[in-house]
Design a binder for this molecule. Structure first.
Ligand code: URA
Ligand code: CA
Length: 433
């Protein structure tokens, strides 16, 4: 087989065989196929697309390019959740204990990553003592005995994706449905869960700017998952404005605690229930999505979800008292209000720009080496559709520096007040096949 022939075949819009796709990915991973040929292949794929079968084959070829996690020592159906990114997305912190409270195993491997705030692990590490440096055996035994554990990323997962994603970044081929879908799904499948719930975001703060594009991506990923034997469902949710009110690490831990108590922001609660009911259903614990949602609401009402969060924190060395005493979480030195300059209704809160404002305070990493300040961030006091009077606070800045003019300027530039506006629809669609 020659790479040049496979590039030509894809360029001409023909379907590649499983063997041909394996040849491309194996050759690229081990260095036999150079970047320039892979670039041409990615561009041909960008224009010619792939069939469902090719997409599933590409995904599995990337899974098989490196290590995979074996979770078979954990009893029960392991369901993982993945979000395609967003701002202030606190859902994982809520969903992990919420679902575990229904005896569904949550075996979460998580990374730190770049972004407006830290990843799930950074957020959890704002709890004093909490650590994710546990052995594989300890991880398995925690999940078997307590239904929940989080471990830091281990092993060399999907090296083909790492290499290809970096190449796509500099060859204008990121924005391709087959390439995005296989990239995301390969990482989820290598991480070892039996079933996958996807939260595909749409809007200013998301990868997919329109609901139509998000829907196409969701269908592509659900189809890959189901074609390779992992039950997969997706929710398409709005990321026009940040999710919930908190954007920042310890602020989001507190928001998660409020939500587990049943007192969270309405949108965060709604999305957690939409994703959670799919997780419970796929785990085989409910006869219908409605039944699943009832069970989730019940463990919020009877405090089992909150107790599970305390148990989880204590198991991994953290101080569970933060749940009842959130003042024990890292606190910023300064709180600065950003008042509205006119009467009206909040019409727009540009998610990614507001995320960048939180990053200016130090809530997220600009480079892999950056240090995160776990205490800082933003609290949105108003969301889209809320009425506001001049002088009322739009946002509370939690900062560890006294002068925050740059942050204030960014906030004013990205919150628009108008005469009328309505709260956006949060859950656009549920994709099951
Ligand atoms: N996220 C990924 O992991 N891969 C892509 O291709 C795009 C977004
Ligand atoms: Ca939030």
């Amino acid at each position: 087989m020659r790479m040049v022939d496979l590039i030509a075949k894809k360029r001409d819009g023909k379907e590649l065989t499983t063997e041909e796709i394996n040849f491309v990915i194996e050759g690229y991973t081990n260095g036999d196929i150079p970047d320039y040929q892979m670039s041409a292949f990615a561009m041909a794929t960008y224009f010619r697309d792939m069939t469902e079968r090719e997409r599933a084959d590409l995904t599995m070829a990337m899974v098989n390019s490196g290590d995979t996690i074996d979770l078979s020592a954990i009893e029960g159906i392991k369901v993982d959740k993945h979000s395609t990114g967003g701002v202030g997305d606190t859902t994982t912190l809520v969903l992990a204990p919420l679902v575990a409270a229904l005896d569904i195993p949550v075996a979460k491997m998580s990374g730190r990553g770049l972004g407006h705030t830290g990843g799930t692990i950074d957020k959890l590490e704002s709890i004093e003592g909490f650590h994710v440096e546990i052995s594989k055996d300890e991880f398995v035994s925690l999940v078997n005995n307590h239904k929940i554990a989080v471990i830091g990323q281990t092993g060399n997962l999907t090296p083909a994706d790492k290499k290809l994603y970096a190449l796509r970044d500099v060859t204008a081929t990121v924005n391709s449905i087959p390439l995005i879908a296989s990239s995301i799904m390969s990482k989820k499948i290598a991480a070892g869960s039996d079933a996958i719930v996807l939260d595909v975001k749409t809007g200013a703060g998301a990868f997919m700017k329109t609901p139509e594009d998000a829907k196409e991506l969701a269908h592509a990923m659900v189809s890959i998952g189901n074609n390779v034997g992992r039950k997969t469902m997706a929710v398409i949710s709005d990321m026009g404005q940040p999710l919930g009110r908190a954007i920042g690490n310890s602020l989001e831990v507190q928001e998660a605690i409020d939500t587990l108590r049943g007192h969270g922001p309405e949108d965060l609660e709604e999305l957690c229930l939409a994703l959670g009911r799919q997780m419970v259903y796929l785990a085989g614990k409910a006869s219908s999505l409605e039944d699943a949602e009832e069970q989730l609401k019940e463990v919020i009402r009877n405090c089992k979800a909150l107790d599970k969060f305390k148990e989880f924190i204590a198991n991994q060395g953290g101080n569970p008292e933060v749940v009842d005493h959130p003042e024990k979480l890292p606190q910023a030195a300064y709180r600065i209000e950003v008042p509205a300059r006119e009467d009206g209704v909040v019409a727009e809160i540009v998610a990614d720009e507001i995320g960048t404002a939180a990053m200016l305070l130090g809530a997220g990493r600009a480079t892999k080496e950056s240090e995160i300040d776990l205490a800082v961030g933003l609290m949105l006091n108003k969301k889209i559709g809320d009425a506001v009077k001049a002088g009322e606070s739009l946002v509370t800045i939690h900062a560890n520096r006294e002068k925050v003019d740059d942050v204030i300027e960014k906030i004013y530039a990205n919150i628009r007040i108008a005469n009328h506006a309505e709260a956006p629809v949060l859950v656009h669609e549920i994709v099951t096949e």
